[in-house]
Design a protein. Structure first.
Ligand code: UT7
Length: 331
């Protein structure tokens, strides 16, 4: 094995469905209002995949774009990690479907289940593989088709979610750049706060539980909200401390897009200007594992994240889990 070296994101890509579902559309489906959704969540519209599409379709589109921008071929990849809980099928992994579509047979591929924290959890794994010299080019994807697990009769959740994918290629970078620090965590006492009860080994899908939408997301919104407000700011502070930096050093925070009030809580608690938080919440809703890479790619393309910037990614969600990463942007 070679010496420890830094790892960083060297390219990104993302993909969104064409179909837009607006708050006005939702007003026709459940007892809600555009006013409630905007003021309570910050979401105006979200993208929804077409019938027959799967998670892997968007993962592959995002991956192809990231490869093209990096001027790499699929065969250059040493590993594929996909963060999702809405994979095409329970078996095989979405990562293997992506590998098959890209045509890089032989490349190891696996999925990570850490809900909305999944992309940053996966980056942490890529970081270790690159630092230790095991691999040189790792494709990390955060993808979710939440529309497939949304209970469209539950106004407490159906107004929140959307579909999409973001992909990053991680490789060795100059010392002092790339991924500098991580803060990962989980609090399993909160397993019931955000879950899909049926469809696993404990409660297989039956006609009866399908009628009760037990194969769809169930969330104790308030409980998750309180958890998110706390861990989001704590995780940002932890990655700063580990990197020997302060909030003054941050150029951009890319928070998981769950609720604008959760993002505002970090703005207030950390005393950072709101312009230092970039989110796609208004246009995409909550896309779970995809929200951070989708927003990060958009911010990079818009020139809001530039080479040399200190960027903090922070996610939280089912598990309950959280994950943050501080990086010096490399391109
Ligand atoms: O990505 C994973 C992490 N997920 C999150 O971070 C989500 C965290 N949670 C949240 O964002 C918020 O809890 C929600 C936006 C989901 C809900 O906001 P809340 O302030 O916790 O509201 P609530 O669930 O306590 O509901 C308040 C009221 C209730 O009515 P009553 O009982 O006061 O009459 C709800 O029935 O709002 C009602 N309500 C709605 N009204 C109109 C709930 N959903 C809706 C709706 N439209 N869509």
């Amino acid at each position: 094995m070679s010496e420890l070296r830094n790892a960083g994101i060297i390219s990104m890509g993302s993909a969104l469905p064409d179909r837009v579902l607006t708050n006005a559309d939702l007003e026709k489906m459940v007892d809600t209002s555009d006013e409630w959704i905007r003021s309570m969540t910050g979401v105006r519209e979200r993208r929804i995949a077409a019938e027959g599409e799967g998670c892997s379709d968007y993962a592959v589109k995002a991956a192809r774009l990231a490869l093209e921008r990096a001027k790499l071929e699929p065969d250059d990849l040493d590993l594929i990690i996909v963060a999702t809980f809405t994979g095409d099928q329970q078996l095989p992994s979405t990562a293997c479907l992506v590998q098959s579509a890209l045509g890089c047979v032989g490349t190891p591929a696996f999925d990570v289940a850490a809900a909305c924290s999944g992309f940053v959890y996966s980056l942490a794994m890529a970081d270790v593989f690159i630092r230790s010299g095991v691999y040189n080019r790792i494709l990390v994807i955060g993808v979710e088709l939440l529309s497939s697990v949304t209970n469209w009769t539950d106004r407490g959740t159906c107004v929140l979610f959307g579909d999409g994918a973001g992909a990053a290629i991680v490789g060795p970078v100059e010392s002092g750049t790339g991924m500098i620090s991580f803060d990962l965590g989980a609090d399993g006492t909160g397993v019931d706060a955000l879950k899909i009860p049926a469809g696993g080994s404990k409660m297989p899908v039956t006609h009866e539980n399908l009628d009760e939408h037990a194969n769809k997301v169930v969330m104790a919104g308030r409980e998750v909200f309180k958890f998110a407000v706390k861990v989001q700011s704590d995780a940002i502070e932890h990655v700063l401390t580990k990197a020997g930096l302060t909030t003054d050093d941050i150029d951009m925070v890319i928070p998981h897009a769950a609720n604008i009030r959760i993002i505002d809580s970090a703005v207030n608690r950390l005393g950072l200007p709101p312009e230092k938080f970039f989110t796609n919440l208004e246009k995409c809703g909550n896309t779970s594992a995809a929200s951070i890479p989708l927003a990060l790619d958009e911010a990079v393309q818009a020139g809001k994240v530039k080479k040399g910037d200190t960027v903090v990614l922070v996610g939280f969600g089912g598990g309950l889990t959280w994950a943050a990463s501080l990086m010096k942007w490399v391109y």
